[in-house]
Design a protein around this ligand. Structure first.
Ligand code: NAI
Length: 387
């Protein structure tokens, strides 16, 4: 089948198997080009929860090809039924496993709901059978809903807290600027968002792994968050998702207190185009303005550059944190000289100048690349096996 992109709102409903594989290979090459980690205490057996796309996939590639680590991945992806393509994460994951095996690394993946008790048990059985003990856990889930162990279903929302909020946004279907009006979440919605994107499940994972005695004596676990500039505060840091992230920070403290052998860390990552961030109102416009400035200054990074830097330069060094104990991977994004220009452009951006001051092309390139399209060296006119 010849596979073409089919874009609907902020998602592409098709994915290209060869393009996704090439994308993964490019990320692996990047990590290899930067060299292996020098530290003797680099983790060697890593569990990545949310391993198939975005920051989780990049984390897995960084630890596998930077530390030489064996990896077990957990993801929630759809296989192809022969008529529709699989999801991008499915193809990414398969390509990752193939490349890891070629490099002599253990790599297995479990496709299912990471929030469930069953998948936790399956992971533990796999660790016991294949890995013995693990020494790092990356928690990189971005999910719209969660069923808790008692069977209750929660759906997260991307809303403000308190006041409603109106600001500019980029209409992705025609690249125009319009106003986005974001309503305020009610208490139930805030609680549900905390249930889905907060830290409760992260703690559950640590408890389950600890109870099963599959953790090494010194374990690092890391979860990701975003802070960003004032423009995005109402929808992100101070919005419903921000409340969930505050819960994630508290959860890191709980893990650190409860499990003496686990060091729980929070990395604040850069705003990037991923399947999750594309769904947040206002954020895509901010990202296009940010990309433009960071590219001009030679500071731009994608998921793999961020994660290579996190795992090779920062996470093993406990001194590389801010006053809150967070690892700041948004250090370049938040530089004053970057944010000043972005804020100025935010005030002036309109339909006439958006193409000049916002990196719309860069946004769309990242977007298509996520689904395996528009990747250099891939023949998109060729028939491909979508299974
Ligand atoms: P993503 O959508 O690319 O990746 C999400 C991953 O979670 C995928 O591997 C998916 O298969 C997996 N997943 C989702 N639901 C699952 C479930 N129920 N069971 C098992 N696996 C499941 O998202 P992205 O952007 O990489 O986000 C990862 C983390 O990074 C999130 O905590 C997010 O808040 C954070 N982050 C993202 C930023 C961005 O700009 N994209 C910036 C800073 C932090």
């Amino acid at each position: 089948m010849v596979v073409e992109p089919r874009v609907k709102d902020f998602i592409c409903t098709t994915a290209h198997p060869v393009g996704c594989a090439q994308n993964v290979k490019n990320q692996i090459e990047y990590v290899k080009s930067k060299g292996a980690v020098k530290s003797d205490n680099a983790p060697k057996k890593v569990l990545v929860i949310g391993a198939s796309t975005g920051y989780g996939l990049a984390s897995r590639i960084a630890v596998a090809f930077g530390y030489g680590a064996d990896t077990l991945g957990v993801m929630f992806e759809k296989e192809s039924n022969g008529r529709r393509t699989a999801t991008a994460g499915f193809y990414n994951n398969r390509a990752f496993e193939e490349e890891a095996h070629k490099a002599g690394l253990y790599a297995k993946s479990i496709n299912g709901d990471a929030f469930s008790v069953e998948i936790k048990e399956q992971v533990i059985e796999t660790i016991k059978a294949d890995m013995g003990k693990i020494d790092m856990i990356v928690y990189s889930l971005a999910a719209p809903r969660r069923t808790t162990p008692d069977g209750t279903k929660y759906t997260s929302v991307l809303k403000t807290v308190g006041e409603e909020y109106t600001n500019k946004t980029l209409v992705l279907k025609d690249n125009t600027i319009t106003d986005a009006h974001i309503t305020a979440a009610n208490d139930d919605e805030i609680n549900a968002t905390i249930k889905v994107m907060g830290g409760e499940d992260w703690i559950d994972w640590m408890q389950a792994l600890s109870d099963a005695r599959v953790l090494a004596d010194n374990v690092i676990t890391v979860a990701y968050s975003y802070i960003g500039p004032k423009i995005t505060f109402p929808i992100y840091a101070e919005g419903s998702i921000g409340q969930a992230k505050k819960d994630l920070y508290k959860s890191a403290d709980i893990i650190n207190e409860k499990f003496p052998n686990i060091k729980a860390k929070i990395a604040i990552n850069k705003a990037l185009v991923t399947q999750s961030s594309a769904a947040i109102p206002i954020v895509p416009l901010y990202i296009t303005l940010l990309y433009k400035v960071m590219k001009e200054k030679g500071l731009h990074e994608g998921c793999i550059e961020q994660m290579q830097r996190l795992f090779m330069d920062k996470i093993l060094d406990d001194t590389q944190v801010d006053d809150n104990g967070f690892i700041r991977m948004d250090d370049w994004e938040m530089r004053d000289d970057v944010q000043e220009v972005v804020a100025e452009h935010w005030d002036t951006v309109n339909n006439d100048n958006v193409k000049d001051i916002a990196d719309i092309d860069g946004y769309w390139e990242d977007f298509y690349n996520m689904f395996g399209f528009k990747i250099d060296g891939v023949d998109y006119s060729a028939d491909v096996d979508i299974m």
